[in-house]
Design a protein around this ligand. Structure first.
Ligand code: SF4
Length: 271
């Protein structure tokens, strides 16, 4: 089966399960209990996450991907600029997304065999080849690994708005959600040998309830882009320039909150 066919098959399986739940209150209760447990796991991880180093979840920033900003990454990690608080509307939106992602994880648990526990921490260590040993170390948290059609697949679940969802369906995560793509590629590399089976990015349209399952393979050159981006930031003595507004249809200064988290500091000189 092609990756496209695998995706269609999985989408049908998940949707069939969701439909069946309306006739099975015991299964519904089980799924909701499991989802609540995953949500608690997730809350624990947020608490001890911090922003004191480079992480796979910000891989798009390091790869300087469209819609990302390596200047923000530099300011947060190298300069330790304190991040501006998010407003309540954004936090509510994030919480809503976390709940949907936990629910999808619980659905997957009913359908497929999990390899290890969901929400487990992984570490990608890269050696520069010099005597210095590991020079890039990226921690991350993998949503889950499932056995699917004879292979272990590293799964990343993302809830997105309707516009983003249809962009992903049309162009794939590599083009339309590069930050998710690079993060997932790092997971695949860190999870070798499991990562050799490839991975799945499951996008949920939180406005309309659609699901899109995108089967992808590991591309080590993509991981190298992230790693080299981290090396650049680690070795840089000044902030990288701001992204070119004219070259991006998702200029990152408006990222998520209308602010990137270090907006005031970034633009304090007004230039
Ligand atoms: S304000 Fe814009 S350019 Fe500055 S760090 Fe944030 S996203 Fe990057």
């Amino acid at each position: 089966m092609t990756n496209y066919e695998l995706g269609k098959k999985m989408e049908a399986e998940i949707m069939a399960l969701i439909k069946s739940i309306q006739y099975d209150p015991f299964l519904a209760a089980k799924v909701e209990r499991e989802a609540a447990g995953y949500l608690l796991d997730h809350a624990d991880q947020i608490e001890d996450r911090g922003r004191d180093g480079y992480r796979m979840s910000s891989a798009g920033d390091y790869a300087d991907a469209q819609g990302s900003c390596n200047r923000r990454a530099y300011m947060v990690v190298e300069e330790r600029v304190e991040q501006e608080p998010l407003d309540g509307r954004v936090l509510l939106n994030f919480s809503y997304g976390d709940m949907i992602e936990a629910l999808i994880l619980a659905y997957l648990k009913q359908l497929y065999r999990f390899v290890g526990e969901p929400n487990h921490k992984v570490l990608l260590n890269v050696n520069s080849g010099s005597e210095g040993g590991v020079d890039v170390s990226l921690p991350g948290t993998v949503d889950c690994i499932i056995q699917y059609e004879g292979k272990k697949r590293v799964v990343e679940i993302k809830s997105v708005n309707s516009r983003a969802f249809f962009e992903i369906k049309k162009s794939g995560s590599r083009v339309s959600r590069a930050s998710t793509h690079y993060q997932h590629q790092c997971y695949l590399q860190a999870m070798l040998p499991e990562g050799e089976g490839g991975g799945i990015i499951i996008s949920i349209n939180k406005d309309m309830g659609y699901i899109y399952c995108e089967f992808v393979d590991l591309d080590p050159t993509e991981v190298l882009t992230v790693v080299n981006g981290v090396r650049y930031l680690q070795g840089s003595e000044t902030r990288p320039p701001r992204p070119d507004r004219n070259k991006s249809d998702r200029f990152p200064c408006t990222w998520k909150t209308g602010r990137c988290g270090v907006y005031e500091e970034c633009w304090k000189d007004g230039v």
